[in-house]
Design a protein around this ligand. Structure first.
Ligand code: GLP
Length: 250
């Protein structure tokens, strides 16, 4: 299941045999966190990569793992988007995780894609995370251009939850979930790099050959806002799980 474990700088790097193994290890890591601290604050992610991890967590719930005291925050949400639309991240989380487990709806927070005042929503969201004492474990995927959440390559690292424009490459990459690229919202609300960085621990998942190059840049390259995920090299508690295809260039 685990092909290789390495420490590269501050980063704990696990190479899993394939996507199923990656999902099993990631799900197990999150389940262990919840068992250790039932009231854990989780930062959750969307995209194709964590779907297998959520399946594993649902299976663990069916075998007795309770999410009753868990609080969940999501990394990001498109703007504008209706929360009930099947392309919203709120809907994604309901379908892939929340409706299958015993988490209380009061303990779920996702940036609102419906708000007419995104700047105020960013402040509310950041405060909401701070009010519960911060995130214990932040799950992350990785965009093809190195983005984490929707923090796109830029000249600086955005600190706090922000209202942001999506790069055309991200719109194109995410068009597969919409009827066409024109239908992908052009903006999003995302936790900032500072918000993510304040998490006690970070678990990043990288899957597939298409991510091999950017995985190498994030793990071994320069720390630069042009590759937002590279900032994780400075965090003291990061685990990155890759499948063997994504790890091909390490
Ligand atoms: C979106 C999300 C990111 C996610 C990325 C990669 O852009 N905002 O949080 O990491 O997609 O998605 P995938 O796992 O489908 O490659």
């Amino acid at each position: 299941m685990v092909e290789k474990q390495m420490v590269i700088g501050n980063l704990k790097v696990i190479v899993a045999k394939d996507y199923d193994s990656l999902s099993f290890i990631a799900g197990d890591t999150i389940a262990t966190q919840i068992k250790r601290k039932p009231s854990s604050v989780l930062g959750l992610a969307t995209g194709s990569t964590p779907i297998g991890t959520y399946k594993h967590l649902v299976a663990r719930h069916q075998n007795g793992l309770s999410f009753e005291e868990v609080r969940a925050f999501n990394l990001d949400e498109y703007h504008p988007i209706n929360k009930d639309s099947d392309q919203s991240y709120a809907y994604f989380m309901q379908e892939n995780l929340f409706k299958h487990i015993d988490i209380s709806p009061n303990n779920i927070d996702i940036p609102s894609g419906e708000t007419p005042m995104p700047a105020a929503e960013c402040v509310r969201y950041e405060n909401s995370i701070r009010d519960v004492g911060g995130i214990d474990l932040q799950l992350l995927g990785l965009g093809l251009n190195g983005h984490i959440g929707f923090n796109e390559p830029d000249a600086h690292f955005p600190k706090m939850t922000q209202y942001t424009s999506l790069k055309q490459s991200t719109i194109d990459a995410n068009a597969r979930f919409f009827d066409s690229a024109d239908d992908v919202p052009k903006h999003a609300i995302t936790m900032g790099i500072g918000t993510i960085f304040a998490a006690e621990s970070v678990l990043m998942l990288i899957s597939g050959a298409a991510k091999a190059e950017i995985a190498h840049a994030v793990i071994c390259g320069d720390i630069t806002p042009k590759v937002p995920g590279s900032i994780l090299q400075l965090h003291r508690n990061v685990t990155i799980i890759l499948d063997s295809e994504a790890a091909a260039k390490l």
